[in-house]
Design a protein around this ligand. Structure first.
Ligand SMILES: [Zn+2]
Length: 433
């Protein structure tokens, strides 16, 4: 209750009383706060965000499309709600910085509520010589007599390029049955999976492992995973009616979910991806409410469950609340927090007439330094609609911010360099479609 009250206060705080303008920065900050748990499935962070967005829609005058704002559907997800620790020789490693737990990793205890640690002593830590294995004979890896109770260290830094992808694939595959630590030097990129494998799968910084490595080392792991079947996720859907007789619909979309928590201490705020996009969605919604489109209703959709495989947008595309053939255009917004280098429109080379229009308006308004066109890509919530014949773009910003699916994608790291300009550009574009 206390938390609900504080969320309500934050919600009201996103409006400055003087102008009644939507405060996109405050909104984004709230979406990224620890109380929202990274908008994933641990502690129902996604659901807290869904309620918050629906409240914002109400305050902005964006009406619900049916009896309420929510479209529920079910999903399965593997989660790490509480214990998530790794010690090497009694040194506690930093989650998110020195290691991440693979999204399909098992926990250290097979019973549902058991939270026991496993300690691997030196006899049960086996470092595989990947370079030798790969260079001499790839099939030798398959012939290793893997055992339960041993953890396999797979160093992904001894190989290059395509071999590195192969080794990563291999590490994941071995973890389907056995316990694995993959050593990496690249940045961590976390994700989500619907189910867990039988083995542990940890990605660890090679520098961390090497610094602590010795012949007598031990590794103590305490990870608790919970597989949640039939979790109820919800798309949040609002609308702004056309001023005159409706000829069809413009659909604005942005996913509000992110990766959530990896244990009780670590969460992924998802500021750029995609609190920023939902902020743009609501900002546009507010502008179009103040001055509605002449002949087109605007549907504003904050999608759930994008990060686990575009599930929210897939569900709406299969269970539309309005005929898909009445949608004139979809504008999907994902990663709206930078823009120093401009924007990219996925489907831009597919729908050339609309892309030319967007580029022409950008030239006139001088909103962003460049707009690049890409072809089709199944990389955000436009995908299932494009496949069903709905015209649309997925637009993302390009800039200095390279924090993606990691713990550094924070509100503080957003520049919002092009946010206001883009809001004007998109509004002008939608009015001319
Ligand atoms: Zn995203």
């Amino acid at each position: 209750m206390k938390m609900l009250l504080s969320i309500l206060c934050l919600a009201l705080g996103t409006f400055s009383s003087a102008q009644n303008n939507f405060d996109f920065k405050k909104f984004t900050e709230t979406m990224c706060s620890p109380e929202f748990h990274g908008r994933g499935y641990v502690n129902s962070g996604d659901s807290i965000a869904a309620e918050y967005i629906a409240d914002q829609m109400t305050l902005l005058g964006i009406d619900s499309i049916q009896s309420g704002y929510f479209q529920p559907f079910l999903l399965n997800v593997n989660t790490f709600p509480d214990s998530c620790s790794i010690q090497i020789n009694n040194k506690l490693l930093k989650p998110g910085l020195e290691y991440i737990v693979g999204p399909a990793s098992n926990g250290t205890c097979k019973d549902a509520n058991c939270k026991q640690a496993i300690t691997f002593d030196a006899k049960h830590i086996k470092v595989l010589n990947m370079q030798q294995l790969i260079e001499e004979d790839r099939t030798a890896i398959e012939r290793i007599n893997y055992e339960k109770g041993t953890i396999y260290i797979i160093d992904n830094n001894v190989v290059q390029d395509s071999n590195a992808i192969y080794v990563h694939y291999l590490a994941e595959n071995i973890s389907k049955y056995y316990d694995v630590i993959e050593l990496v030097n690249t940045k961590f990129t976390w994700s989500l999976r619907s189910a867990s494998n039988d083995g542990l799968y940890i990605q660890m910084k090679k520098t961390t492992f090497d610094a602590l490595y010795s012949e007598q080392m031990n590794i103590k792991i305490n990870i608790h995973n919970v597989q949640i079947p039939n979790y109820i996720a919800r798309n949040v859907i609002g609308q702004v009616k056309a001023k005159k007789k409706t000829k069809g619909t413009i659909m604005l979309t942005a996913h509000y979910d992110h990766l959530g928590r990896m244990g009780s201490e670590t969460y992924f705020p998802g500021a750029n991806d995609n609190a920023s996009g939902v902020a743009m969605l609501l900002d546009l919604g507010q502008k179009l409410k103040a001055k509605p489109l002449r002949n087109y209703d605007v549907i504003c959709v904050a999608f759930a469950a994008e990060e686990i495989g575009l599930l929210g947008s897939k569900y709406l595309s299969e269970h539309p609340l309005f005929p898909l053939n009445t949608i004139k255009f979809q504008l999907n917004l994902d990663i709206m927090g930078s823009g120093e280098a401009g924007i990219t429109a996925v489907n831009g080379s597919e729908f050339k007439r609309e892309f030319k229009k967007l580029s022409r308006i950008n030239k006139r308004l001088n909103s962003v330094p460049s707009i690049k066109a890409r072809g089709r890509a199944a990389n955000s919530d436009h995908h299932f609609f494009t496949e069903k014949g709905v015209k649309g773009f997925f637009v993302y910003t390009r800039g200095f911010n390279q924090n993606y699916h990691d713990i550094h994608d924070t509100y503080e790291n957003l520049s919002f360099n092009s946010f206001k300009n883009l809001s004007e550009l998109f509004t002008a574009f939608l009015r001319r479609l």
